[in-house]
Ligand binder design. Structure first.
Ligand code: HEM
Length: 348
């Protein structure tokens, strides 16, 4: 009998090698969340000792606007740790600029005020006067067909009535949880915008954002544009400072006061919107964020289980969770993305 052509040990060795081989292949797209006894302090950012226990997942993002040399690409690193009921993630990627000038009003030499905007912007597509952002998308309950093969591309629809395109899932019941960090809108309040994507198609009037929606909590939205009244912004920040003279390019709700034009000279820039504090289901994700030396660093926290139908639930720690990640360098929609799906598992 030739069956013992190869010894049991060799067979075992081959199986082990195959297993190790596929383990390392697996690791390349898998983020392993590590259990920690005490929660990392968000304020310590990447310096908290908890992060030394977690293995990084590194990957490239491509196909966006801006970033180094205008190549629209960058490199990202993720880490994840968890406690009994909370998930924490460290998000880092290269970005040569700390972009905060999100469409400010600027005082002109003749004393009038003009809202700065990207001259190439043909609708919802500003890549000059915007902010830095990143985003995760997690299929909710594995409902997005094909996500584990195609990743976010499963929801991507270029063109269709908009310069860049639309995002929506293929059919009713297919839902994705969007975690959307907005550097000059939600970060000042310490939140990531908790949103979701469904199957709604684009309609210029009824659904201009197609499938992209926000979890309940802020009927007024995450920000409120400031109007020009008699050619002047209606409000300024309580500190009365120009954003390019030590002030900020946003006003936090509650800090808005009546505008005093006499405080500003030609060339001064002021905020064109009020950032609203997120509430309810939309306020599930906390963040501390910093740009430093060409690197964006965020630490976020969220309950493993939020109970919301608009959120991914990390309620089975022996399950593999698919996700996609994108980063926006001073860009409204033209994000650099990882094309293949990524996965997160929980190490017990
Ligand atoms: C890799 C994972 C991805 C994530 C996490 C992601 C996330 C997002 C988010 C949060 C927005 C909204 C930006 C805004 O505030 O307007 C957006 C917009 C968009 N994304 Fe992605 N995206 C990903 C991949 C892709 C891919 C692969 C495509 C296909 C090219 C794509 C196409 C679009 C389009 C067309 C928009 C504009 C939608 C609109 O203006 O309403 N995305 N994406």
């Amino acid at each position: 009998m030739k069956q013992s052509m190869i010894s049991a040990n060799t067979a075992f060795a081959l199986v082990t090698m195959a297993f190790v081989g596929c383990q390392s292949a697996l690791a390349a797209d898998t983020l392993v969340a590590v259990k920690v006894a005490s929660a990392p302090n968000l304020g310590s950012l990447d310096k908290d000792p908890a992060w030394a226990k977690a293995k990084p997942l590194k990957f490239e993002l491509t196909g966006g606007a801006n970033f180094a040399g205008g190549q629209g690409a960058t490199n990202a690193t993720l880490k994840a740790v968890y406690t009994k009921d909370m998930l924490y993630m460290l998000v880092q990627y290269n970005d040569p600029t700390d972009s905060r000038r999100r469409g400010p009003f600027q005082k002109q030499a003749d004393g009038t005020w003009k809202k700065l905007a990207d001259p190439e912007n043909k609708g919802g597509d500003d890549n000059v006067y915007y902010e830095d952002k990143w985003a995760f998308i997690w299929p909710i309950g594995d409902s997005i067909k094909g996500f584990d093969k195609k990743g976010c591309a499963a929801m991507c629809h270029e063109g269709q009535g908009k310069p860049y395109g639309n995002k929506y899932t293929a059919a009713e019941g297919q839902l994705g949880d969007i975690w959307h960090m907005k550097g000059s809108r939600t970060v000042p309040w310490g939140f990531v915008d908790d949103q979701y994507v469904d199957h709604t198609r684009y309609d210029a009037k009824e659904s201009p954002n197609a499938g992209r929606k926000s979890d309940p909590g802020n009927p007024e939205g995450d920000y409120t544009p400031i109007k020009l009244v008699d050619g002047k912004p209606e409000f300024m920040g309580r500190d009365g400072k120009a954003a390019n003279e030590g002030g900020t390019y946003y006003i936090k709700r509650g800090d808005e006061v009546a505008f005093d034009d006499s405080r500003f000279k030609a060339g001064d820039e002021v905020a064109s919107y009020i950032a609203n504090e997120l509430k309810g289901d939309r306020a599930d994700i906390r963040i501390v964020h910093k740009w430093s030396d060409g690197v964006q660093t965020s630490v976020i926290s969220r309950k493993l289980v939020t109970g919301s139908k608009f959120d991914v639930q990390f309620d089975k720690l022996n399950k593999r969770y698919a996700f996609g990640f994108a980063a926006f360098d001073n860009a409204q929609v033209r994000h650099a993305t990882v094309d293949d799906p990524l996965f997160m598992t929980f190490k017990k």
